[in-house]
Design a protein around this ligand. Structure first.
Ligand code: PMP
Length: 454
């Protein structure tokens, strides 16, 4: 009864992100009411394993009492302190210091935002400011990857490579450029790591040339694993090769770790296991495990000092009311305690189990590729394994895949082109990981019988 009236109210008043508005009106909302660990409960009381941690963000799992207590206490003590006018708060300062300690290399400076999109936006401004400070304002061209996702602000949407984020919105801007993604499954060189890396390097150099040389190029952005593009895992060594190529050409390298950081692929930062130190890293999601919104930009000593020197006594005019929000920071500290406790280790063990479990589905007639690292994974479905034919009928089978998974008691992401994405909470148990795999098998078998998948 209550849930029926909520469905109507939702239809009438709540606009949903990245949705077909008409499609959503027709389908109606699925309301989640509570969660504990890796399990969420819908408004009818049905329990599902959240194999996607909300939106790759509830890394610590639902209902962590220490996080709830930290937020409550901070709200009681001091609900807000601005970062403007030289003011600060205890949790924000301590969180910045602890995170800087964990961040790769000399990424010692932290700028807190509200989420990932404004973290990316902030880096675009910092990159521009940096080149002004170095007396090279003509370095104003940005390069990202096809299949890349860098948020939904207008600037970020232009860096993003998903067509739905461009059409009708007037982006990408003419200073935003893409090069092909390192997508092993769909690249004829896919099994040759060295050849793929050489190809990407050549593509980046060609793009730099096309834009008038390195003296025009400000920055290159890459996700260590491309998330929203379909969990595309570049070959080992690719990230380092691209980072080095940027350094050689005096181009800033920004790693967008909004998905990959905070244990998603194993360590707190995916860049650490790649052995690279970018000029800046963007994060969000797992930073607060999504209990409250927060993002962060990590900035190298060199970039920070250059911008600070360039500005001198003038303000670096970039900020939000909720930059370094004390409640978000208190949550961040509590979540960091969990990571430093047993959570990262559990995530690593469960990640191995998840990858092995999904690999065991490889012989299914619909499974073309299984890929991922740690608690980030995907399977790509095809109707012909030799030809790697994508699922037909655009997004229809994908929508059905999502619905079938839900019916089987699993929340998983179904990408429009037939990729199923996984990013479970790091607190999953072995039984929950096994259930994710088994429920996926049910979905695959049902999808094989779908008359549109032929
Ligand atoms: N960058 C990446 C790599 C992302 O995956 C996302 C969100 N999925 C963003 C930026 C944007 O983050 P938000 O949705 O918090 O604005």
């Amino acid at each position: 009864m209550l849930s029926n009236s909520l469905v109507e109210l939702d239809r009438a008043h709540l606009i949903h992100p990245v949705a077909s508005w008409r499609g959503h009106e027709a389908a109606g909302v699925r309301i989640l009411s509570s969660g504990k660990g890796a399990v969420v409960r819908d408004a009818t009381g049905r329990e599902l394993i959240d194999g996607f941690a909300g939106l790759w963000c509830v890394n610590a799992g639902y209902g962590q009492e220490s996080v709830v207590a930290a937020a409550t206490e901070q709200m009681r003590d001091l609900c807000y302190a601005t970062g403007y006018f030289g003011i600060g708060s205890d949790p924000a300062i301590r969180l910045a210091a602890r995170l800087a300690d964990h961040a790769p290399g000399d990424l010692n400076h932290v700028y807190f935002t509200l989420g990932g999109s404004d973290a990316v936006d902030s880096t675009v401004r910092f990159v521009r400011y940096y080149w002004h400070s170095r007396g090279k304002p003509q370095k104003d061209q940005f390069i990202t990857l096809e299949y890349g996702y860098h948020g939904s602000s207008t600037v970020g949407a232009g860096l993003t490579a998903l067509p739905a984020f461009h059409a009708g919105f007037g982006v990408p801007y003419d200073w935003q450029h893409k090069i092909p993604s390192p997508y092993p499954y769909r690249n004829p060189l896919g099994s040759d790591v060295e050849a793929m890396i050489a190809q990407s390097k050549a593509q980046l150099l060609a793009k730099i040339e096309e834009l008038g040389g390195a003296d025009r190029v400000a920055a290159f952005y890459a996700e260590p694993i491309q998330g929203s593009g379909g969990v595309i895992v570049p070959p080992k060594g690719w990230l380092k090769a691209m980072r080095d190529l940027c350094a050689k050409n005096d181009i800033l390298f920004v790693a967008d770790e909004v998905i990959t950081a905070f244990g998603r692929t194993g360590p707190l930062f995916a860049c650490s296991e790649e052995g690279i130190v970018p000029d800046m890293i963007t994060t969000a999601k797992g930073l607060t495990s999504a209990y409250v919104p927060m993002g962060a930009v990590f900035m190298s000593e060199h970039v920070y000092q250059t911008i600070a020197d360039g500005a001198g006594q003038a303000a670096v005019g970039h900020g939000y009311t909720y930059s370094a929000h004390p409640v978000s920071a208190a949550v961040g500290l509590a979540v960091l305690d969990l990571y430093e406790g047993s959570l990262l280790d559990n995530g690593r063990r469960m990640g191995d189990r998840l990858q092995a479990g999904l690999q065991s589905l490889s012989d299914h007639p619909l499974v073309g590729d299984v890929r991922g690292r740690g608690m980030l994974a995907a399977i790509e479905l095809v109707t012909d394994k030799d030809k790697k034919t994508q699922l037909p009928a655009a997004s229809l089978p994908a929508t059905r895949i999502f619905e079938r998974a839900w019916e089987a008691g699993l929340v998983a992401r179904a990408f429009a082109w037939g990729v199923i994405g996984y990013a479970p909470p790091l607190c999953c148990t072995e039984a929950e990981i096994d259930a994710i795999v088994e429920r996926t098998r049910i979905v695959l078998d049902q999808t094989l019988e779908d008359p549109d998948v032929r």
